[in-house]
Design a protein around this ligand. Structure first.
Ligand SMILES: [Fe+2]
Ligand SMILES: [Fe+2]
Length: 163
């Protein structure tokens, strides 16, 4: 990857924001206004980020045979993260179950963005020109704003989601 990358630097700065929100959330306790606000901010941020990331980057990488498998893997993880967020939203914030589920989500999400940054993005960068990357960044910025305006907290227990 080039020293400076239009799309990948942008995605990584979102990831850093998500790491920060996760750390702050981990320091909250019980059913409090602070936990509620941070959880809502994290959910809207991550849902909008994942959708815009798929539209700006993964849609192109899906079409390239060399990166189809990695793309499928990441998009499947986006779906799992979405379900985990919905399950957490349907769980009593003051319960031990909430904290347990939050810890599992935190672990899985940190793994997801680390894999993107360390494995996927460097592979993708080899196949993209500086122009491609600039264009992807424009698409990402526009779509992220629009997705974020629409992003919602949608509580749904994991057991229900499987039916
Ligand atoms: Fe992602
Ligand atoms: Fe990402």
């Amino acid at each position: 990857m080039a020293a400076s990358s239009a799309i990948f630097d942008r995605l990584k700065s979102d990831h850093d924001r998500h790491r920060d929100l996760l750390e702050k959330l981990g320091n909250t306790s019980g059913d409090t206004e602070e936990r509620r606000k941070l959880f809502e901010a994290f959910t809207r941020e991550v849902k909008a980020h994942a959708a815009a990331e798929e539209q700006a980057l993964y849609s192109t990488m899906m079409r390239k045979p060399a990166t189809t498998d990695e793309t499928r893997h990441s998009v499947a993880e986006h779906h799992e993260i979405d379900e985990a967020l919905n399950d957490l939203a349907a769980t009593d914030m003051s319960s031990g179950a909430w904290l347990q589920k939050f810890k599992a989500l935190e672990h899985d999400y940190l793994h997801h963005i680390e894999e993107e940054e360390d494995d996927h993005f460097p592979e993708f960068a080899k196949l993209l020109s500086a122009d491609d990357e600039r264009h992807m960044r424009e698409v990402f910025d526009r779509r992220k704003r629009e997705e974020k305006a629409d992003a919602e907290i949608t509580p749904e227990k994991a057991e229900d989601a499987k039916e």
